[in-house]
Design a protein around this ligand. Structure first.
Ligand SMILES: Nc1ncnc2c1ncn2[C@@H]1O[C@H](COP(=O)(O)OP(=O)(O)OP(=O)(O)O)[C@@H](O)[C@H]1O
Ligand SMILES: [Mg+2]
Length: 411
């Protein structure tokens, strides 16, 4: 057995392509980050590949940068899947408990989940990423989290189905393989991000993770420890930048620099005297812009995102039922005032996400790395043996692997 296991995660975002490399020493459970490779994204729009060659080149550059930083070769990656091509639905499955004495076995749970999957409308253009049991009902008793070992006649499961467009996934994998990397497996980004940005207690209490990236804002909501809803909204930091470029009639690169250096989500903090000089970004230019107007444009776009999130919360009727509040990740979550603006909007506790690898808070990890680091944590769980049957189902990615994992768990 190797002295250490190397794991790499890749997140191909709309703004950045990130590879994070970590190692796990023999006999240890925890991962240690060895290196990060972040390059500007190319050929990606709203999380989806629109130019194979450009995207492949960006992925290769990111993996090479991470490999150099880590001092180890990167030959395979675990992939974060996001983008507006991801869709979420739910499905129920019911089975009769097989044992004569009525004790529910892991196999019953597997059959119930398989039954739920058969009710998902077959669509050759969609690939199921995850089928996550949210809740079980044993006979008339609902709200059961882990039914194995309980007694009953009928087992019902309510599942959250996360799917993505097959051509989208194929294109992404083609680019990764084109960059000389093997794809170990793939995970829905926010589900992975929750591994490192949310605590077990927050998930139990009820919490929403919102990752505001470049082209998208994605979210996942947990209640009683399980994901209950998730989605990807087609608005992100690039839209803010575009608004600024149009509003100030400047080049997008200047608008992006202005946003990142002087941006805020709280216009009331500024007076008419707070100005930004264009000369700061383009020498010899004399134009002057209002900092308050910049913040107004940012605030307006942020409100669009809030409005979409509010609709999603309404769908699950949990508008006021998230005691652990909202945790923000993604590159745009560093905008000054975003925590306060989100708190005022939702009337909930809001925090900027901090990423934990195992029990350690790693200060080097910025909120934009949430999905990539989450994928590492996810991969770590799957390359060690200590996960429960229940987790195993939630972590389902590919059928062949489900079967393999189940075999290792069943007597
Ligand atoms: N200091 C900053 N202030 C404001 N915005 C910032 C700052 N730094 C980065 N951003 C914004 O963060 C966004 C990129 O975030 P991130 O890297 O999480 O996106 P991504 O993962 O590539 O995109 P997506 O997840 O939507 O596909 C960009 O829009 C960028 O302008
Ligand atoms: Mg992202």
């Amino acid at each position: 057995m190797a002295a250490r296991t190397i794991i790499a995660a890749l997140d191909v975002g709309t703004s950045t392509v990130q590879t994070v490399v970590a190692e796990r020493a023999r006999g240890e459970q925890e991962l240690h980050i060895l290196g990060v490779g972040i390059v500007p994204s190319q050929g990606i729009r709203r999380g989806a590949v629109v130019d194979l060659e450009e995207a492949t080149a960006a992925i290769r550059a990111s993996a090479e940068a991470a490999s150099r930083a880590a001092g180890v070769p990167v030959t395979s990656v675990w992939l974060s899947v996001g983008g507006s091509q991801v869709s979420v639905s739910s499905s129920r499955g019911v089975i009769a408990v097989s044992r004569a004495d009525g004790e529910i076995s892991p196999e019953d749970v597997r059959r119930a989940i398989a039954a739920a999957e058969t009710f998902v409308p077959r669509n050759p253009n969609k690939e199921t990423l995850h089928i996550i049991p949210r809740d079980f009902k044993v006979d008339h008793e609902s709200g059961v989290k882990d039914p194995v070992g309980m007694h009953g006649v009928r087992l019902e499961v309510d599942t959250l189905i996360i799917e993505c467009s097959s051509p989208f996934l194929k294109n992404l994998i083609k680019c990764v393989e084109g960059a000389g990397l093997r794809v170990e497996d793939y995970v829905f980004g926010p589900l992975a991000a929750a591994e490192v940005a949310l605590t077990k207690r927050q998930k139990e209490l009820g919490v929403m993770l919102v990752d505001i990236g470049g082209g998208t804002a994605s979210f996942i909501i947990f209640d009683e420890g399980m994901p209950v809803h998730a989605g990807v909204l087609p608005v992100g930091g690039m839209h803010i930048t575009n608004d600024v470029a149009i509003g100030f009639r400047t080049h997008v690169d200047v608008a992006e620099a202005m946003k990142c250096t002087h941006g805020s989500c709280l216009p009331t903090l500024f007076t008419k005297k707070d100005n930004i000089r264009l000369a700061e970004f383009i020498p010899d230019e004399s134009a002057v812009y209002s900092r308050r107007e910049l913040a107004e444009m940012i605030e307006a776009r942020l409100h669009d995102i809030f409005e979409l999130l509010r609709k999603e919360l309404k769908k699950i009727d949990r508008r006021h039922l998230l005691p652990a509040g909202v945790i923000l990740t993604g590159g745009s979550s560093v905008l000054p005032g975003v925590v306060q603006a989100t708190r005022e909007e939702f009337g909930l506790p809001v925090e900027a996400g901090q990423l934990h690898m195992g029990d350690n808070l790693d200060e080097r990890l910025t909120p934009s790395l949430a999905a990539a680091c989450g994928v590492l944590a996810w991969a770590n769980q799957h390359t060690t043996t200590s996960f429960s049957l229940f987790e195993e189902h939630s972590l389902r990615v590919r059928k062949s692997k489900v079967v393999r994992w189940l075999k290792s768990l069943l007597p």
